[in-house]
Design a protein around this ligand. Structure first.
Ligand code: SF4
Length: 191
């Protein structure tokens, strides 16, 4: 997988201050796309173990609310295979931080069993995502006043409503240094 950009302090794509990963590769080809260079799967840099380690470290500060995946298209099958490993670690190390993901595909039609973008990784990926913003960007439905989405047809889906108890954030922060050190030592299962 390649990626276009990592934003260390993103306040536009989900609540709070977030780390955002813009992956490369998208087959949706929405007219008026805000990021057409990322349609190319070879655009940007190669995503490596070092990239993953950097993202995990960037998530560490308490003021970072969580991770957002966008692109490009996180649910292209090639990208799912890599991102599911990242999300597994994010949820293991930071159980109190939220994961948001933007997709041009439609949850019920494309991402559930039998859908065009359903792979052996999709169920797990969806289980690790808290909020999915789905649907193609439609120029005719564009509305710059919308929060966290570009066009009115897009939906903000809370896949797993979270407990109001925020104690997980503290526990995740305490364990983070040791777990990231393990990952840096190569005991991560990343491939
Ligand atoms: S899904 Fe997103 S990145 Fe892909 S073409 Fe549509 S707006 Fe652009």
């Amino acid at each position: 997988m390649n990626y276009a950009e990592i934003k260390e302090y993103d306040i536009a794509n989900g609540p709070g201050v977030r780390v955002s990963l813009f992956v490369s590769g998208c087959r949706n080809a929405c007219p008026g796309c805000f990021n057409p260079e990322t349609w190319d799967f070879d655009y940007g840099r190669t995503y490596t173990l070092e990239t993953e380690d950097r993202i995990l470290r960037l998530l560490m500060p308490e003021y970072i609310e969580g991770l957002t995946l966008l692109g490009g298209e996180p649910f292209e099958p090639e990208n799912q295979a890599v991102l599911v490993g990242l999300l597994r670690k994010v949820k293991q190390i930071y159980p109190g931080k939220s994961v948001w993901c933007y997709t041009g595909y439609t949850y019920e039609r494309d991402l559930l069993h039998g859908g065009d973008k359903y792979t052996s990784h999709t169920d797990e990926m969806l289980s690790l995502i808290d909020v999915l913003v789905d649907g193609r960007f439609l120029l005719a439905e564009k509305d710059i006043t919308l929060l966290y989405r570009g066009s009115r047809n897009q939906r903000i889906l809370d896949l797993h409503p979270r407990s109001a108890d925020s104690s997980g954030t503290q526990a995740g922060a305490v364990d983070a240094v040791e777990q990231i050190a393990e990952i840096a030592r190569g005991d991560s299962g990343w491939k």
